[in-house]
Ligand binder design. Structure first.
Ligand code: ES4
Ligand code: ZN
Length: 367
């Protein structure tokens, strides 16, 4: 169970991604060098996915298959009715379905099957390194043990390089709408079982649950040598981003789009090269922005922010990372340079070892 600690490396948070200079070289693997049509080749720019909830990769078909396998009766009649529920008005309306659908995840095998399905699809999207969040508290509260959920996901990640040509690491995310005591207890459990986690994160309902509530949790994780990230500035105000940096000491911000409302904060994030793991299709589906054309990503790139493109909960938000790129391209006509920069940012911002990052950057540059 130590597989991910090996690939996670880089144990010192102070040498985090924010300390590095941006990659400026353009990749050599462009459409002209492949047999793929331009759009497909563009999607296959090798990159790292840094913001992905494994429970959010549970596709409707797999939900029904696991329900049948585990003898679970779901509150809807079938695929069509389930698919009809994927209309969200905000973060909470999504979370309600996301947590309800987890009922089908019962055994280690279920968690492993879900994880392998994501890895296969992500590999096809050009993802060469993935940092995967899971929500242990969402399983514990349903009576599924830490061992079951962690071992199930970790067993699939352990062979991701051989099976899918992808390096991976695991992030334990904590639910900010639950107590810090609960989070501390779960972190203790993860450390006691020597769970192969490289980092912790903070997710679930944001507004009303400011980061400072989890100061002790993040201090403890830092002491344990774990890397630190947190959702902030998705629905919550820019002050939550500041608090995540100053009080929790996170190295990376998940989402962070609302930083654009605070020019001083933007300046700080640019200066410190703080990675922002942006999820455009998620922001559209959860109505953080009205349409993709209204998304701040181009403005964030123009401001010099260290942004990457990620899929968040791809089974719920209409697409994997390649779908995010192709839809962005359709709306913004993102240049090759922007795609290369986004991919380079994702690699620089990862928690992978310096050696693995160098390998990925080589690949990006056509080496
Ligand atoms: C999430 Cl999009 C999003 N935001 C916050 N928490 C989450 N958990 C899963 N997806
Ligand atoms: Zn997220």
């Amino acid at each position: 169970m130590d597989n991910n600690r090996d690939t996670a490396a880089d144990p010192l948070p102070q040498t985090g991604p924010g300390t590095e200079m941006p990659e400026t070289e353009l990749p050599g693997t462009e459409a002209s060098e492949t047999n793929l049509p331009e759009t497909e080749a563009a999607q296959l720019v090798p990159l790292a996915e840094l913001h992905l909830h494994i429970e959010g990769t549970l596709q409707p078909e797999l939900i029904l298959e696991l329900a049948e396998r585990n003898g679970i009766t779901l509150p809807y009649s079938g695929l069509e009715e389930l698919r009809g529920l994927y209309e969200f008005t905000d973060l909470q309306s999504f979370l309600d379905l996301y947590y309800a659908n987890m009922a089908v995840l019962q055994t280690e095998r279920d968690f492993a099957d879900m994880t392998r399905a994501y890895l296969a699809r992500a590999a096809a999207a050009g993802v060469r390194h993935a940092e995967i969040m899971m929500d242990p508290q969402a399983h514990l509260s349903r009576g599924v043990s830490l061992e079951t959920c962690v071992k199930g996901v970790a067993s699939a990640l352990a062979t991701s390089q051989e099976d899918f040509g992808m390096s991976t690491l695991l992030i334990a995310a904590f639910l900010r709408d639950q107590s810090e005591e609960s989070a501390l207890e779960v972190l203790d459990g993860l450390l006691a079982m020597n769970a192969p986690i490289a980092a912790i994160g903070l997710d679930s309902a944001e507004v009303g649950y400011p980061p400072a509530k989890f100061e002790r949790l993040f201090a403890k994780a830092r002491e344990a040598g774990l890397r630190l990230t947190a959702h902030a500035g998705e629905e919550g105000p820019p002050s939550y981003i500041i608090e995540a940096l100053d009080v929790l000491g996170v190295e990376r911000i998940d989402h962070g789009i609302r930083c654009m409302e605070d020019p001083d904060l933007v300046e700080r994030l640019v200066e410190d090269r703080i990675p922002l793991t942006v999820c455009p299709l998620s922001n559209v589906r959860l109505r953080a922005v009205d349409t993709l054309a209204d998304h701040p990503l181009p403005a964030m790139l123009a401001a010099g922010l260290n942004v990457s493109v990620n899929s968040d909960d791809p089974a719920y938000f209409g697409g994997y990372v390649d779908d995010n790129f192709s839809q962005l391209k359709a709306v913004f006509d993102l240049s090759d340079f922007d795609r290369a920069r986004l991919a380079a940012n994702s690699i620089h911002s990862s928690f992978a070892s310096e050696e693995r990052k160098a390998e990925l950057l080589d690949e990006l540059n056509g080496g």
